[in-house]
Ligand binder design. Structure first.
Ligand SMILES: C[S@@+](CC[C@H](N)C(=O)[O-])C[C@H]1O[C@@H](n2cnc3c(N)ncnc32)[C@H](O)[C@@H]1O
Length: 264
C-alpha cells in the first residue's frame, strides 16, 4: 500500500506550506492523494517521514517537485482554442503591420499552450514573441524540449501539423517535435504566480488558464489583479473554461460571446 499515517498537525503544516508557496489549496478531501504522493517521494528519496518532511521544508526544489505531484499538469494542443482564435483575429485587424505582439502564457505546463498559440500566429505571418512560464521546472524542461506524443496533438489542423512539426523515427517513433521556426519565438522561464513580480514589459495578451481552479477565491483575485498590471490598455486576458471571475473585484471587461475572455 502507498499510504502513510499523518497526524492532523502534519497534514495542516504541509497544506499550509503548499498554499503559501504555490497558492494551491489542498483541502481535507485531498488527504489521501497527499499521503500517497508523500509516500512516493519518501520512497524516491529513500527517507523516513520525519526526514522527508525536514527535507521538504528546507529544500525549495523538492517542495516544487512535491507540489508538482499533487497538482495536475494536464494540457494538450489547441485546448479551449476559441479565446485564442479570437485574440489572433483581433491581432490580424491591427493596422500596424510591423507590430510584434507580446503574449504571456502564465501557467504553460508542458508547453502545449504556447506552442499552439505560436503555430497559429506564425501561420498567419504575424510578428510575435511569447513568454511561457510555470512554477514547475520539470514541466518547463519538457516544454523546452518540445517533443510530444502524437495523441496530444489530435486537435491540431493537419496543415499546421505538417508545416510546423517533425515526425520522430527510431527511438522517437510515435513522437513529434516542434520545429525551430516555432520554438525560436518562445522563452520558457520559471515564474510563481503567487510570489514573483510581473515582468517590466507589457503584454498584448495574457493566458492564465486552468491554474486558478487550484486556487481559492482570495488568491485568484490577487493573481488576476497582478496580471492586470502586465497588460497593455485593451490587452486580452484569458482564463480557463472551468474558471470564472464572478464575484471578484476586478477591472476587466468580459468579451461578448467568448466565455473566459476579458479585455483590459
Ligand atoms: C493544468 S496546467 C494548465 C496548463 C495550460 N495553461 C492549459 O490550460 O492547458 C496548470 C499548471 O499551473 C502550474 N501552477 C500551479 N501553481 C502555480 C503557480 N503558483 N505559479 C505558476 N504556475 C503554477 C502547474 O505547475 C501546472 O503546470
Amino acid at each position: 500500500m502507498d499510504s502513510i499515517l499523518l497526524t492532523k498537525k502534519e497534514f495542516n503544516d504541509i497544506t499550509a506550506l503548499v498554499y503559501s508557496t504555490s497558492g494551491i489549496n489542498l483541502h481535507e478531501g485531498k488527504a489521501e492523494l497527499l499521503k500517497s504522493k508523500l509516500a512516493k517521494r519518501m520512497r524516491m528519496t529513500n527517507k523516513s517521514l520525519k526526514d522527508y518532511l525536514s527535507f521538504l521544508y528546507a529544500d525549495e526544489r523538492e517542495l516544487i517537485d512535491f507540489i508538482d505531484t499533487v497538482t495536475t499538469n494536464h494540457s494538450f494542443f489547441f485546448r479551449e482554442n476559441k479565446s485564442i482564435e479570437y485574440i489572433i483575429e483581433q491581432f490580424k485587424l491591427n493596422p500596424d503591420k510591423k507590430k510584434e505582439f507580446k503574449i504571456w502564457c502564465a501557467a504553460c505546463s508542458t508547453g502545449d499552450e504556447p506552442y499552439s498559440v505560436a503555430i497559429q500566429l506564425e501561420h498567419l505571418g504575424l510578428s510575435f514573441s511569447i513568454l511561457a512560464t510555470d512554477i514547475s521546472h520539470t514541466v518547463l524542461e519538457t516544454a523546452a524540449r518540445g517533443i510530444y506524443r502524437m495523441d496530444k496533438l489530435q486537435n491540431v489542423p493537419l496543415q499546421l501539423l505538417h508545416r510546423f512539426f517533425q515526425k520522430g523515427s527510431g527511438k522517437f517513433k510515435g513522437q513529434i517535435k516542434v520545429k525551430k521556426e516555432i520554438s525560436k519565438h518562445i522563452i520558457f522561464k520559471k515564474f510563481n504566480l503567487i510570489s514573483d513580480s510581473v515582468p517590466q514589459i507589457l503584454f498584448d495578451a495574457i493566458l492564465c488558464r486552468n491554474v486558478m481552479i487550484y486556487f481559492d477565491f482570495q488568491t485568484s483575485e490577487k493573481v488576476i489583479h497582478k496580471l492586470y498590471q502586465a497588460l497593455v490598455p485593451k490587452g486580452y486576458f484569458a482564463i480557463g473554461n472551468a474558471e470564472s471571475l464572478m464575484n471578484m473585484k476586478h477591472s476587466y471587461t468580459p468579451v461578448k460571446k467568448i466565455p473566459s475572455l476579458y479585455i483590459k
